[in-house]
Ligand binder design. Sequence first.
Ligand SMILES: [Zn+2]
Length: 105
Amino acid sequence: MPHRNNPEEEEYFARLDAEKKAALRKRLNVEHAAQAAEERKERHFMHCGKCGGPMAPKLFKGVEVDVCGDCGAVLLDPGELEQLAGEESHGLENLAAFFGLSKDD
Ligand SMILES: [Zn+2]
């Protein structure tokens, strides 16, 4: 480590060091979040959110929904609720909009 006496120089290098550390910390946080999301997806993919049982795709009224083999819970992908509700059921569309499942998103 070179010896420095100039306070402005010291301040400059300290600031540079802090900025580098902050950038590295930010990058590691982003990488960690992405890795955690990947692990979470791997752990829960096609598993029931209620009982943890295996989900299997099943055709229902022309829509492929995922059904839990253990408890029978049904998982719908975005847009599938509207597909199943059809044109005549505005109540369900309103319900879908309420839950943020609108196709307009
Ligand atoms: Zn289940």
